[in-house]
Structures are given as C-alpha cells and as structure tokens.
Design a protein around this ligand. Structure first.
Ligand code: UT7
Length: 319
C-alpha cells in the first residue's frame, strides 16, 4: 500500500509586526479586549511590494530544504489561498515560475481557512496514486489587503503569512485519512462579497463576518470532524498526540479541546503571535511545532480547519 508522508515543512512571516497597541491607535479597541476575546497579541503584515506568491516562495524553499528536494523533484504544486496575487494566473503558477519548477501541474484551491486541509487531501490522493515523486502544498495569505481597517470587529483578527509542506510517497503512513466538508447554505456568515465587473468593484470588497454565528459553527464542526477522523482509523481521541486546529480564536480552540477532552498541552496554538492567517494558519502552526521539536516521529497528529463557504475538514497523520 502506498501512502504519502510530509517530509519537510516551512513557513514565512512578513517582517512588519502590528501589535494590539498599534491597533489601539487605529480603531476604538484595546489590547485587553483583543487578548481576552481572541488570544491574539500581534500579527504580521506584508510589505506593499510582497504578494502571496512571495510569502509562499519563502515557505516553500524552507519546506523543500527540510525535505531535501530540489525544483527538479517537484511534480505537483497546490496553493491554498483566498488572497491570490491576481485574478489569474493562479498563485500556484506564479510560484512555480519563481521556484524554477518546470512542467508540473500547478493550481490554486479556494476553500478559505480550510484551504490547506483541502489542498493537502488533494495532493495526498495524487501521491498515493503513484503519480509524483514529490508534491508541494502551500497555504499563503495577505488578509491585510481585504480588511476594512475602520471595522474593529474584523481588522484586529487577521494577519499575513505562509506555510508549506512537501509530500513524498512512502510504504509507511503518513497521511492516514482526510475528511472534507462544505455547506454553501452558510455562505453569507463569512465572506468578501465584492466582485469585479467592467473594470469596477461591485459590492463590498472587504471581509464581512457574523462573528458569533461563525464561532458556534466552528466549535461544532471542529469537534465533529475529529470524531469522524479517529473513528475511521479505529482510534480514540486520547490517541491523538497533537491537535493542530485552524488558528482563529483561542476561545474556539479552548472550547473544541474541552468538548473533545484533549488537554491544551496537546494542542498547538500560534495565533497569539500570528493572528488568523486563514489558509496559512495550519501549516504555520505545524512548522512551528516541527521545528521546536514538539512533534516527534510516530506520533498521531490531527490537522483541522474551518472557514468561509462554509468549509471544514481534517487530515489525520502519523508523523
Ligand atoms: O477563520 C475562521 C473565521 N473566523 C472566526 O472563526 C472568528 C469567529 N468569531 C470570533 O472569534 C468572535 O465572535 C469575535 C472575536 C469576532 C468576537 O467576539 P465575541 O465575544 O463574539 O464579541 P461580540 O461580537 O459579541 O461583541 C462583543 C462586544 C460588542 O459590543 P457591545 O455590542 O456588547 O457593546 C462589540 O461591538 O465587543 C465589541 N467589539 C469590540 N470591542 C473592542 C467588537 N470588536 C471589538 C474590538 N474592540 N475590536
């Protein structure tokens, strides 16, 4: 049986840091409100000259170095992003060119904050099918460009960044299972409802969110999908060594962990210093925990995401 394994991780955060105290000078908010309601103390903001593909390039190079692969080895590139460089070509194609990778399939996945889970699940199927020697899977976002910086309810929550992994074939797991869901009937509770038509922006081009509704939905589905993943693999929730949830709000993470009976010592949380980086949040948190040595060979790691669409999903793997 063929599996895919993550053999390298990488991440990148733009240099500029925006603290809660900086935000106090921009909107009617406080460091205390942001920290107690969300767990965030700072976020990174991309420079004007940086695009999502630039952030992705740094993260990808780090992941490829860690995996010991070169541009010639990469057979597939999937980029999860909600904030592509341009409408087209895809950020994956732009990244392919910047990496110097020749002639491989490259495409974007748009599943908002669940995007990395969708992209990883897709790449896993290609690798298991024996199609490629290595796949590059990236989450990259510049949410600072789609925020209304006068709306305190949303602008304090998000940040910019990128995370990447290299997947390679293996006869040992690896990714054990993936679980993807969507329910488009909830599309309006989290959206950037604008579009471009005839050279003009139609509708609102900024992120809008019904915070409370999103919060409740997130806790519900993040719990459900963990049960789904462990049941399919005849495991118990207590077998999970590391839970890496989408980093949106520490209260969502705490509630989910509590409902599942998972102690916070087994949960990777990076949102205090990253904010919510949407499709980049899970690979950023994964890379942090791999590089600081928390994640060790043989451990069960469960990645789970939830976001606009509504979309949600999980990938269970053995490290
Ligand atoms: O990536 C996936 C998508 N995103 C999420 O998962 C986010 C999900 N939602 C949340 O994390 C939370 O709902 C928020 C952090 C967005 C909001 O927290 P909350 O505890 O649900 O607060 P709330 O929306 O009920 O607002 C409470 C109060 C309101 O004032 P009043 O009406 O009680 O007087 C807001 O106007 O807090 C006020 N408020 C703020 N005050 C200071 C909202 N934003 C701010 C702010 N600073 N930045």
């Amino acid at each position: 049986m063929m599996y895919s394994r993550i053999t390298g991780t990488g991440s990148y955060l733009p240099e500029k840091i925006l603290t809660n105290h900086d935000l106090e000078r921009m909107v009617d908010t406080s460091d205390e409100w942001i920290r107690t309601r969300t767990g965030i103390t700072q976020r990174h903001i991309a420079a004007d000259s940086e695009m999502a593909s630039d952030l992705a390039l740094h993260a990808s190079r780090a992941a490829m170095d860690a995996a010991g692969v070169t541009a010639e080895d990469i057979g597939l590139i999937i980029v999860a992003t909600t904030t592509p460089d341009v409408i087209f070509p895809s950020t994956a194609c732009i990244l392919q060119d910047k990496l110097g990778v020749k002639d491989c399939p490259a495409f974007d996945v748009q599943a908002v904050c669940s995007g990395f889970i969708y992209a990883l699940a897709t790449a896993d199927l290609f690798i298991r099918a024996g199609k490629y020697r290595a796949a590059l899977v990236v989450g990259t976002e510049i949410y600072s460009r789609i925020l209304d910086w006068t709306d305190r309810a949303t602008c304090v929550l998000f940040g910019d960044g990128a995370g990447a992994v290299v997947l390679t074939p293996s006869d040992q797991p690896g990714i054990l299972s993936s679980h993807l869901h969507a329910d488009g009937s909830h599309s309006k509770i989290l959206a950037v409802p604008g579009s471009i038509c005839g050279g003009k922006v139609q509708g609102k081009p900024f992120l809008t969110m019904e915070g409370n509704t999103v919060f409740k939905f997130a806790v519900k589905v993040l719990e459900e999908v963990v049960h789904e993943a462990v049941a399919e693999n005849a495991l118990q929730v207590s077998d999970i060594d590391w839970l890496i949830p989408h980093q949106a709000n520490i209260r969502i993470i705490l509630s989910t962990a509590k409902k599942l009976g998972i102690p916070m010592e087994k949960v990777i949380a990076t949102l205090d210093s990253h904010g919510n980086t949407s499709a980049a949040s899970i690979p950023l948190a994964l890379d942090t925990a791999v590089r600081d040595g928390r994640i060790q060979s043989g451990q069960y790691v469960l990645l789970e995401g939830v976001g606009g669409g509504f979309t949600w999903g999980a990938v269970l793997l053995r490290w």
